[in-house]
Design a protein around this ligand. Structure first.
Ligand SMILES: [Fe+2]
Length: 369
């Protein structure tokens, strides 16, 4: 009965999976002699007739994964969780006790915070936009039309990233501190709220670097093409998805604007191909932002073969402008509204029943941010 219901839901396309695989081998931090915890949950979601995405089942495991890498604390005392199915990977359901189900959802919130802030926000907007900005400044002369098009979109990119590297990401910086510190916001000189300056997280600086390097190694061009990304994730049609609704309108406006600029300065494919500065600019972005991985663009090769060169450059510029405007604004501008609430922003999950470096119990946890 349950199986036939699940099969029916799957056929309707009403089932979604939030997969936090990237956390499965992330190094964890040790704060105040207490090992920290990271989960890599799988969360099954159901799109209800009312248009809400409701969690159906959550798999969370307390077992250390085989081949765990770069442990900050000894493997024997690691409490990291893996996605390996089996008896040690319990699947929680809404029919479990209220506290068990709440705790499973809490692990998902914690994982969501780590992936969203480290990769979706910092890596995909701040750092990749810096790679775009550096390529623009290095490869295009001031009089180049594409330089003029892109320059307004590089404003403050280097400045804010320099501040982040000096105060947030540096060794012993805010992310790496082993105990909460009272910190003044460098911009306002006021006490920084913990939501804006998270002094401690369960993964620390090493975990942050691991997440970003792993994420970068798996990024593809699709991640940055909004229509393709929405289609690949199967969320083109779900209701009440305002990021998609607004984002597609802005994407279309950017694409139209870029088309006119490119059409004016590049009347033919040959004019694009003969622009050595533009070719060098694209080459640097491919090398620095996509690490020169051909696999990151493989899905586009057929499309590119049948499209004109000017079409390809329009698409590429649309990706960059959207990344530095619409996509960057999405995680940044909503930061306080989304994360000011402790119940939805869980930087650390502490096991209160555990002695330092003792065995883990995933059922007795308090939260802190
Ligand atoms: Fe930001």
């Amino acid at each position: 009965m349950a199986h036939s219901t699940s099969a029916r839901l799957l056929q309707r396309g009403n089932i979604f999976l939030a997969d936090y695989w990237i956390l499965a081998e992330a190094p964890t931090h040790c704060l105040n002699d207490r090992p920290q915890y990271v989960a890599a949950p799988l969360c099954l979601l159901w799109l209800s007739p009312q248009g809400a995405l409701v969690p159906l089942a959550i798999q969370v495991s307390p077992a250390a994964p085989p081949g765990a890498r770069n442990p900050i604390i000894p493997r024997s005392s690691r409490t990291q969780l893996s996605q390996t199915p089996g008896p040690d990977s319990p699947i929680f359901l809404p029919t479990d006790s209220d506290w068990d189900w709440l705790l499973a959802k809490t692990w998902v919130r914690n994982s969501e915070f780590l992936v969203h802030e480290n990769n979706t926000h910092f890596l995909c907007t701040h750092l990749l936009c810096e790679a775009f900005a550096m390529a623009t400044l290095r490869q295009l002369p001031l009089c180049h039309p594409i330089y003029k098009l892109l320059l307004p979109h590089t404003r403050y990119t280097l400045q804010v990233n320099t501040i982040a590297r000096a105060t947030l990401l540096n060794p012993e910086g805010l992310v790496d501190q082993a105990s909460p510190a009272r910190t003044l916001c460098p911009a306002t000189r006021l006490q920084a709220p913990s939501v804006l300056c998270p002094q401690v997280t369960s993964i620390g600086r090493q975990g942050l670097l691991y997440l970003m390097s792993t994420g970068l190694a798996h990024f593809t061009y699709t991640n940055f093409c909004l229509p393709d990304s929405l289609r690949a994730r199967g969320v083109l049609a779900i209701p009440n998805y305002y990021y998609r609704d607004d984002g597609l309108k802005i994407w279309a406006a950017i694409e139209s604007f870029v088309s006119e600029i490119v059409g004016y300065y590049y009347p033919s494919d040959a004019s694009v191909q003969q622009d050595s500065e533009l070719q060098a600019w694209v080459g640097e972005i491919f090398a620095q932002a996509f690490l020169g991985r051909e696999s990151s663009v493989v899905l586009y090769l057929v499309r590119w073969l049948i499209s004109s060169v000017t079409t390809r450059i329009v698409a590429f510029l649309t990706v960059l402008l959207n990344c530095s405007s619409c996509f960057s604004a999405s995680p940044s501008h909503s930061l306080f509204a989304r994360q000011a609430c402790r119940a939805t922003t869980l930087l650390i999950l502490w096991n209160t029943a555990q002695k330092p470096h003792g065995p883990a119990s995933h059922c007795s946890v308090t939260t802190s941010n």
